[in-house]
Design a protein around this ligand. Structure first.
Ligand SMILES: C[S@@+](CC[C@H](N)C(=O)[O-])C[C@H]1O[C@@H](n2cnc3c(N)ncnc32)[C@H](O)[C@@H]1O
Length: 288
C-alpha cells in the first residue's frame, strides 16, 4: 500500500474536501447513498430524492459500460468512497485508486481491502512505477489543473492507453452562473488538442444529469433551510446576546452563505444553460 503523502493544502481545497466528506457522511446516513457523483436520470425515473441512489447506480453502470474492451489495469483518480473501483474489481479489472482525502481514502480502504493500491495524495503529486490501460476521472477532473492533469495522465498511460473523463464543464456564456464547478469546455478541448490524445467518444449527458440540481434545490428549500432557521431561533432564544454578536460579526459570511445555498435559483434548467456534462474518451496517440 502506498504511504500517505502530506501536502500543504490551500483553504479552498480544504473546504472542498471537507464538503465532499460531509456530503459522503450525510448521503450515506440519511439517503443510503454510496456514491459521491451525480445521478444519471433515465427516462421514466421519477425525479425524487428517494431515487437518487438508483440514478447514481445508473451513472456508475453507464460509465463502466464505456471502459474500452482491451483494458485490464485502471487508475481511478479521485475514487471517493471506492464504490466505482469496487464495481470494476468485481468485473475482473485491476484497479488502483488516488484519493487526496484521508477520510475518503479510509472509506475506500474499508471497502476494497487489499484488492487495490490506494495512493493517498493529489493526482498531480502521484509517484508510481505502475502504468495503466485506462485512467478514469469520475467527476474528479474538474478539481485538477488541465495541463498538469494531462501531462500526468500521459506519463502514467500505457502506449495504447485511454483517458476516460465523466464530468461537468462550464459553457462559454456572458451571464455568470451561480452553479459552481467545472473547467471551461472550450478551453479544455483546445488544451487537449495540443496533446497526443485522440477523441474516441464525446457524449453529452447534460439532460440526464440536470435533474440532480432540482433534487438538491428541493432538499435545501424544504429541509436544510427550515432546519437552519429553527436552529437559529433556538440559539437566539437560549443565547440571545451571543447569537446577536455572532450574527453581526459574521454578517458578510452569513449573507454569502445565504446567497450561495439558500437562493433556490439553482435549477436543472439553469444547469443546462450554463453547464455541459460530458463523457469523454481519449486514446493516447503517438507523440507529435
Ligand atoms: C465528486 S467526488 C467523485 C468521487 C468518485 N470518483 C465518484 O464518482 O463517486 C470528487 C473526488 O475527487 C477527489 N479529488 C479532488 N481533487 C483531487 C486531486 N487533485 N487529485 C485526485 N483526486 C481529487 C475528491 O477527493 C473526491 O474523491
Amino acid at each position: 500500500m502506498a504511504g500517505r503523502i502530506i501536502v500543504k493544502k490551500d483553504k479552498r481545497t480544504v473546504s472542498r474536501e471537507i464538503g465532499l466528506e460531509i456530503g459522503s457522511i450525510c448521503g450515506k446516513y440519511f439517503l443510503k447513498l454510496n456514491h459521491l457523483h451525480y445521478g444519471y436520470w433515465t427516462d421514466g425515473l421519477e425525479v425524487d430524492i428517494a431515487n437518487v441512489h438508483i440514478a447514481q447506480e445508473n451513472y456508475a453502470n453507464f460509465l463502466i459500460s464505456h471502459i474500452p474492451e482491451s483494458a485490464k489495469k485502471i487508475l481511478d483518480v479521485g475514487c471517493g468512497t471506492g464504490q466505482i473501483a469496487k464495481k470494476l474489481i468485481d468485473k475482473g479489472y485491476m484497479v488502483d485508486c488516488v484519493s487526496p482525502s484521508h477520510f475518503l481514502a479510509g472509506q475506500a480502504r474499508k471497502l476494497l481491502g487489499n484488492s487495490s493500491n490506494i495512493f493517498e495524495c493529489f493526482y498531480e503529486k502521484l509517484q508510481t512505477e505502475n502504468r495503466y490501460d485506462v485512467i478514469l476521472f469520475s467527476e474528479s477532473f474538474q478539481y485538477i489543473d488541465i495541463e498538469e492533469g494531462l501531462r500526468k495522465t500521459l506519463s502514467l498511460l500505457n502506449p495504447d492507453g485511454y483517458m476516460l473523463i465523466c464530468d461537468l464543464f462550464r459553457k462559454k456564456t456572458i451571464e455568470k452562473s451561480d452553479i459552481s464547478g467545472g473547467h471551461q469546455l472550450e478551453l479544455f478541448q483546445d488544451t487537449v488538442s495540443e496533446y497526443p490524445l485522440t477523441i474516441i467518444k464525446d457524449l453529452d449527458i447534460t439532460e440526464k444529469t440536470a435533474p440532480n440540481i432540482d433534487v438538491i434545490n428541493d432538499m435545501f428549500k424544504n429541509a436544510v433551510h427550515p432546519t437552519v432557521i429553527l436552529v437559529q431561533q433556538l440559539l437566539e432564544n437560549r443565547y440571545h446576546f451571543m447569537s446577536k454578536c455572532i450574527k453581526w460579526l459574521y454578517r458578510k459570511k452569513i449573507s454569502k452563505i445565504n446567497r450561495k445555498y439558500f437562493n433556490y435559483e439553482k435549477t436543472g434548467e439553469k444547469f443546462k444553460k450554463f453547464k455541459s456534462y460530458r463523457l469523454l474518451l481519449y486514446k493516447k496517440s503517438d507523440s507529435r
